[in-house]
Ligand binder design. Structure first.
Ligand code: BEZ
Length: 255
């Protein structure tokens, strides 16, 4: 995953467990075959790498975050996990498939990612990925942007680390690399955030705090999260639960 974010692996597992839960859909599309060699790119704390290994493949998990890799190794000592940057990596041996869930939206340089994935695959190998697509968390981003501009004079657009392409743009990128895109969809996935009233604050704290709110004290953060929640409330809070406005793309591409 991206370098600018300091991952908190415990929070990732406890409060953001839906990330791997939702990943099971793209895992079905991966359609693992016994004995395949598979790279799980941006594997986080390794839950889906483990699922892939349980399906009979030899899996390597890769993530940029040392914290995530440490937790993944402790959870799944039999799986190989290596630190690596999705936009600049190479493998000793080509793999049958590169899989990625909820990671590639952290990397703006998608061209480099696609090129590394291409080089990591054997001829006929497949790239199977799911990540945030065009319009993903649009209301959350707008609320962050509005509050930071109005109350702090900060331009959030300059800080925004996320890459949410349309399937048209992403398919073209894959085709330019030489891939044959056999599947591409873009769909809404409203995502319930845990912890009722505090759900959005937890999400912001876990996934956006060190991107947009660097240097904010704990009390500043509490205050800015409340302002963002007030801005987004009408669109995303149903009276009980925050529903993040996730939009996903899924792609399958063959080398
Ligand atoms: C997502 O999974 O869509 C996402 C996660 C963190 C930041 C932005 C988007």
């Amino acid at each position: 995953m991206g370098s600018i974010h300091e991952w908190k692996p415990e929070l990732y597992d406890d409060k953001l467990g839906f990330v791997s839960q939702y990943g099971k859909g793209i895992l079905e599309i991966l359609n693992v075959q016994q004995g395949e060699r598979i790279l799980d790119l941006g594997c986080g704390t390794g839950d889906l790498s483990y699922e892939i290994s349980q399906l009979g493949a030899s899996v390597t998990g890769m993530d940029l975050s040392e914290e995530m890799m440490g937790r993944a190794r402790r959870k799944y000592p039999d799986i190989k996990f290596m630190s690596g940057n999705a936009e600049n990596f190479s493998l000793d041996e080509p793999v049958n498939a590169v899989f990625s869930n909820a990671a590639l939206h952290w990397i703006k340089n998608a061209e480099n990612v696609v090129s590394c994935v291409w080089n990591a695959l054997e001829e006929g190998g497949r790239f199977v990925a799911e990540f945030g697509g065009k319009g993903n968390i649009e209301m959350i981003v707008k609320s962050i942007t509005d509050v930071l501009a109005q109350d702090y004079g900060i331009d959030a657009n300059e800080l925004n680390p996320w890459y949410f392409p349309s399937i048209g743009v992403y398919s073209q990128l894959l085709e330019q690399q030489g891939f044959r895109v056999t599947y591409a969809v873009h769909f809404d996935r409203p995502t319930q955030l845990e912890d009722g009233e505090n759900g959005l604050a937890h999400w912001l704290n876990g996934l956006a705090a060190d991107v947009f709110f660097k240097g904010f004290t704990e009390s500043d953060k509490k205050s800015v999260f409340e302002k963002i929640a007030a801005t987004a409330r009408k669109s995303l809070f149903d009276g009980t639960t925050w529903n993040a406005d996730y939009k996903r793309i899924r792609v399958v591409a063959i080398k």
